[in-house]
Design a protein around this ligand. Structure first.
Ligand code: APR
Ligand code: ZN
Length: 254
């Protein structure tokens, strides 16, 4: 199917639905300047072992390695702005069509764009928790200080290392977010996947759950994904171009 035909078909599907759920990955934020993890040539995991720098075991062994790895990402994330793909999902929510955004991203761009119902399965960078006394602190000033002095943030109360409330490999996903995301997926009649390689479980099980409960899957992704065969529509394009094209078709008929 040509991209333009697929965009039209996706718009028709979304226009008829009032129970849409969006599922997003790092690919929706690359147009905002934040690299993803697995794109050939540019993905963050192309030259770093995720288990060494982004696992809970690695963090406890060597928090400096995690902070050295996340330093450029933190600067890009703090300066990033939502892009037209994020804004298209806000439009679908204001139309009353989009019930939830389920995201694997920690960049908070969906909430910053204006979506109200966002399930952040892999956490976020709004707070940081002490690995020793478990005190929780707002992260904004800690990140600003870290970006200035590159020092590992430490707990003001006990002096131990602070970990941003992002989910590292080997950590449990936030259970309330996961259960709410699974519930939304079961109730969706259209499930819109945007910018994810769909390689990391249990997040990647959620589109399958939606399909099993009768949802039609739309996938917008630059690369093939393992779930393409399950999708009703696959659009191999840039989310920041494709999503606004889809909403433009919907707007034209509202
Ligand atoms: N438009 C559409 N697709 C895009 C764009 C774009 N502008 N940019 C990148 N992509 C696609 C890539 O082709 C890739 O298939 O988005 C996908 C991003 O996949 P990953 O980099 O694997 O990111 P994600 O699926 O979010 O990874 C899941 O893995 O490392 C962990 O915790 C991390 O949340 C992350 C999880
Ligand atoms: Zn502490």
């Amino acid at each position: 199917m040509m991209i333009s035909e697929a965009v039209q078909a996706a718009a028709d599907l979304l226009r008829k639905s009032n129970s849409v759920v969006a599922f997003t990955g790092a690919g929706i934020s690359t147009p905002s300047g934040i690299p993803d993890f697995r794109s050939p040539h540019s993905g963050l995991w192309n030259d770093v072992d995720p288990m060494a720098v982004a696992s809970i075991h690695g963090f406890r062994q060597n928090p400096e390695a995690f902070y050295t790895w996340i330093y450029p990402l933190a600067r890009l994330t703090i300066n990033a702005r939502p892009n037209p793909a994020h804004e298209a999902l806000v439009y679908l929510e204001t139309l009353g069509k989009l019930n939830a955004v389920i995201t694997q991203n920690i960049d908070m761009l969906h909430t910053r764009a204006g979506n109200k119902v966002v399930y952040e399965l892999h956490g976020h960078m709004r707070e940081a928790t002490c690995v020793h006394c478990f005190a929780v602190y707002p992260a904004e000033s800690l990140i600003t200080q870290f970006l200035n002095d590159r020092r590992v943030p430490r707990c003001p109360s006990c002096g131990s290392v602070l970990k941003p409330n992002v989910i590292l490999f080997g950590e449990q996903l936030p259970i309330r977010q996961l259960l709410a995301a699974q519930d939304a997926a079961r109730k969706a009649d259209v499930f819109l996947v945007v910018g994810s390689s769909l390689e990391v479980a249990p997040a990647s099980d959620i589109p399958v759950l939606a399909k099993r409960h009768g949802a039609q899957i739309i996938i917008v992704n630059l690369e093939p994904t393992p779930l393409d065969p399950l999708a009703h529509i696959v659009i191999r394009g840039d989310a920041a171009e494709v999503l606004p094209q889809i909403t433009a078709h919907i707007k034209a008929r509202v």
